[in-house]
Design a protein around this ligand. Structure first.
Ligand SMILES: [Zn+2]
Length: 55
């Protein structure tokens, strides 16, 4: 079952992953969180849309 665009957006667009501790940080739409909630690092990347590999 494919993800609906809305769900995909919610899951991928608003989630930022800390590059230091890999914590996921949720943000409001279109907004980047200022810092990691766990380690206060400013190095955050957006969670990528992972395509599932078959086999
Ligand atoms: Zn962190």
């Amino acid at each position: 079952m494919p993800l609906s665009p809305v769900a995909a957006k919610r899951i991928f667009q608003d989630v930022w992953v800390c590059m230091r501790c890999n914590a996921k940080n949720r943000s409001s739409r279109g907004k980047k969180p200022g810092k990691c909630r766990k380690c206060n690092s400013h190095k955050l990347r957006q969670k990528k849309k992972g395509k599932k590999k078959s086999a």
